[in-house]
Design a protein around this ligand. Structure first.
Ligand SMILES: [Zn+2]
Length: 430
C-alpha cells in the first residue's frame, strides 16, 4: 500500500467549507497553515449571523427575519411573482447551521477571539447580531470597532437588546456611528435603554428602528437626516403619539409603520394617512364595518401603499348601524392584502368589492375568517375541516369570490401553524 499523502490545500479548503462557523474557529487554531486555509475557505462569505443565546434554529429563524418586510406572508407571495419588485426592504437571510457563529459555545471571548473572527470572516459586509437580554453586546462593540469590519460593513442588524445597561448602550451606539460604509441599520432597541444621537442616519439608505418609544430616535432623525433625501425609515412600534410629532419635512421618509396592528378607534389612523403619504405598509385592526368607508377614504391618500393588513367585523351591522354608502374609495397601489374577516352574510363580500377597490391586488392572505351564517371559522388551529364540503361551499360563495383577479394559488388561508392555498384546498377535496 502506498503511503498516505497529506491533504492538499484545496482538499483542506473544501473540508473547512463543510464545517460550521464554530468548528472553523477551532480548526483555524490548529496550525498557521490551517488558519490561512480557513480564511481562504471563507473569502466569499459576505453574510454572517452571530447569535448569543438561543440554540434553537427555528426560533432563530423567526428572529432573524423579524424586521424584514418580506417575512410578511403576503409579501412572500408577492416576492415570488416574476417581475414583482418592491424597493428598499431590509435584508432577509437564509439561515442554516453553516452561517451562524454561536458565541455561547465559545469558551472565551477575548481580544484574540475577536481578531480571529474578523480575520476568518474577512469579506463579511452583512452582519446580523442576535442577542438575548443584551448578552455579548461587549463582543459586538469590539467587532464593530475592529478597523477591518469598521470600514467594510454595509448592513448591520442588532436584535434583542432588552435590559441593556447604560454603559453598554453608551459604547454600542458610538461603535455603530463609526461604521464608515454602513447603508442599512436595523436596530431593535429596548424602550427603557437610553439611546444617544445617531449621526450615522445622515449616510444610511435604510434604517429600521424597533422600539416601544420613538421620541429620542425621531429627534435624532430630525437632527441628522434632514438632508438625506434617500433615507427610507421603517418604524416597528406602536408609539403613534410620538410619530405624529415628527417634523413635516421628514414625513416622506417614513415608509413603514406598525407593530401589532393599530386600532382604528383612536383617530390616529386618519392623521397618519394624511401626514405620512409615503407609507408602503400599514397594519390596522379593529375596524367596525360602519367605518370601512372612512378607512378606505383615509387609505386612498397613500399612493405608495403596497401592503395592507386589516380586519373587518360585519357582525355589528344592523338597522341602527347600517353599512356605509358605496362606493368605497379605490386603493390602486395595494398589491398584497392580509385580511381578518367576520361576516354574517355572503353579500358582505360583494359589498367590499375588492376587484374594484383594489384592482391591482396580486395576493390575498387570510389569517382569520368567520362566516356566522355557515358556522365556518378559520384560524383557530383546527384545519382538518378546511377541505370539507360545507367549508368549501362557504369559501366558494364568499372568500374565493373576494377577487377573481387573484389566482387560487396566491390565495392563502392560515389555520394555526399551517398555511394552505385555495388551490390546494380545492385539489384536496376532489
Ligand atoms: Zn358562509
Amino acid at each position: 500500500m502506498p503511503p498516505r499523502r497529506p491533504p492538499t490545500d484545496l482538499e483542506l479548503i473544501s473540508v473547512f467549507k463543510m464545517l460550521t462557523a464554530n468548528e472553523q474557529l477551532v480548526a483555524s487554531k490548529m496550525s498557521s497553515r490551517c488558519a490561512i486555509l480557513v480564511r481562504a475557505a471563507n473569502r466569499r462569505v459576505k453574510r454572517l449571523v452571530i447569535s448569543s443565546g438561543n440554540d434553537d434554529l427555528r426560533t432563530l429563524k423567526d428572529s432573524i427575519n423579524y424586521y424584514s418586510f418580506a417575512s410578511k406572508p403576503s409579501m412572500q407571495q408577492l416576492k415570488a411573482i416574476p417581475g414583482e419588485t418592491f424597493p428598499d426592504y431590509p435584508m432577509t437571510t437564509h439561515l442554516s447551521e453553516w452561517n451562524i457563529l454561536r458565541l455561547n459555545q465559545l469558551r472565551l471571548i477575548d481580544t484574540a477571539t475577536i481578531e480571529q473572527i474578523v480575520t476568518i470572516f474577512s469579506a463579511v459586509t452583512d452582519l446580523k447580531f442576535i442577542t438575548i437580554g443584551s448578552r455579548h453586546i461587549d463582543a459586538l462593540v469590539s467587532l464593530l470597532q475592529h478597523p477591518n469590519w469598521q470600514r467594510q460593513l454595509t448592513n448591520l442588524m442588532v436584535e434583542g437588546t432588552y435590559r441593556m445597561d447604560s454603559q453598554l448602550a453608551g459604547e454600542l451606539i458610538p461603535a455603530i456611528n463609526g461604521l464608515t460604509a454602513l447603508q442599512l441599520l436595523a436596530l431593535d432597541w429596548d424602550s427603557y435603554s437610553k439611546i444617544s444621537d445617531l449621526p450615522i442616519l445622515a449616510q444610511l439608505k435604510t434604517v429600521v428602528f424597533s422600539s416601544n418609544r420613538l421620541s429620542t430616535f425621531l429627534r435624532s432623525l430630525e437632527r441628522n437626516a434632514a438632508d438625506n433625501v434617500h433615507l427610507a425609515v421603517h418604524l416597528i412600534s406602536y408609539d403613534t403619539k410620538a410619530l405624529l410629532t415628527l417634523s413635516q419635512p421628514l414625513h416622506s421618509r417614513i415608509v413603514r409603520y406598525g407593530w401589532d396592528p393599530l386600532y382604528y378607534t383612536n383617530d390616529q389612523v386618519p392623521l397618519l394617512c394624511s401626514q405620512f403619504r409615503s407609507l408602503t405598509s400599514l397594519e390596522i385592526n379593529g375596524i367596525e364595518s360602519t367605518k370601512v368607508g372612512q378607512l378606505f377614504s383615509d387609505l386612498s391618500q397613500l399612493h405608495q401603499l403596497i401592503h395592507l393588513s386589516f380586519g373587518v367585523d360585519f357582525s355589528e351591522v344592523n338597522d341602527e348601524f347600517p353599512l356605509p354608502a358605496l362606493p368605497l374609495a379605490q386603493l390602486n397601489s395595494v398589491r398584497a392584502l392580509e385580511l381578518r374577516l367576520e361576516i354574517t352574510s355572503h353579500s358582505q363580500i360583494e359589498w367590499l368589492n375588492l376587484p374594484s377597490t383594489m384592482p391591482n391586488l396580486k395576493t390575498i392572505y387570510i389569517d382569520r375568517f368567520r362566516c356566522v351564517s355557515c358556522k365556518v371559522e378559520v384560524g383557530r388551529g383546527d384545519s382538518s375541516f378546511l377541505s370539507s364540503p360545507p367549508a368549501l361551499g362557504c369559501f366558494r360563495l364568499s372568500l374565493f369570490n373576494l377577487h377573481p383577479g387573484v389566482p387560487m394559488k396566491r390565495f392563502i388561508l392560515q389555520s394555526g401553524e399551517e398555511r394552505f392555498s385555495a388551490e390546494e384546498l380545492l385539489l384536496q377535496s376532489q
